[in-house]
Design a protein around this ligand. Structure first.
Ligand code: AR6
Length: 181
């Protein structure tokens, strides 16, 4: 059986700034250029320093950016987290452009990378729920369902932190997480 420990113990909810979180990796809600932006992306690059952008530039030179749903990993630079996993969420345009599938891919591919790198803890922001306009309730459902599915099938990562920034997301994640185990 791949699952190690109960699901509720492997998933935690935190509210605050993800750049202050101690984890093996924090996830960045990036854009396809991988070269920075506003929101959580801007905060991560500011807090982590130039080493993150330098590593992103190398990835861009090698593979030309990152498509929506994909994920890449870099150093965490000056962050408490050793790594940043950059993923690109879907821009919400009404839900008929595979947005739920792409958002699920963000979570799954980030978890997959963490597992491949033997990382035990990973922290996610609420991908796509800022500038990209994904409805927060729908995004929370996809995020929790995808993470639960992955953890049920894999022993790593041992722990997933959902880092909510605003009250609405905190309330939504509390509801979603109350329903598991
Ligand atoms: N810690 C945790 N969560 C945060 C933080 C933080 N420091 N700052 C914002 N959030 P967004 P997106 C929350 O807009 O919608 C960027 O310019 C925020 O409240 O950062 O995926 C990229 O370069 C929201 O719930 O990302 C892209 O161009 C969530 O993080 C674009 O924005 C995501 O909001 C990506 O848009």
């Amino acid at each position: 059986m791949a699952n190690s420990g109960s699901l509720s113990l492997r998933i935690k909810l935190l509210q605050g700034d993800i750049t202050k979180v101690t984890a093996d990796a924090i996830v960045n809600a990036a854009n396809s250029s991988l070269l920075g932006g506003g929101g959580v992306d801007g905060a991560i690059h500011r807090a982590g320093g130039p080493a993150i952008l330098e590593a992103c530039r190398k990835i861009v030179a090698r593979q030309g950016g990152c498509s929506p749903g994909e994920a890449v990993i870099t150093t965490g630079g000056n962050l408490l987290a050793r790594h940043v996993i950059h993923t690109v969420g879907p821009v919400w345009t009404g839900g008929q452009k595979r947005e739920p599938e792409i958002l699920a891919n963000c979570y799954r591919n980030s978890l997959q990378l963490a597992q491949e790198q033997d990382l035990e803890t990973i922290a996610f922001p609420n991908i796509s729920t800022g500038v990209y306009g994904y409805p927060k309730d729908k995004a929370a459902t996809v995020a929790v369902r995808t993470v639960v599915d992955f953890l049920q099938q894999h022993p790593l990562p041992k722990q997933v932190l959902f880092v909510v920034f605003d009250e609405e997301n905190r309330r939504l994640y509390e509801q979603e997480l109350a329903a598991i185990e």
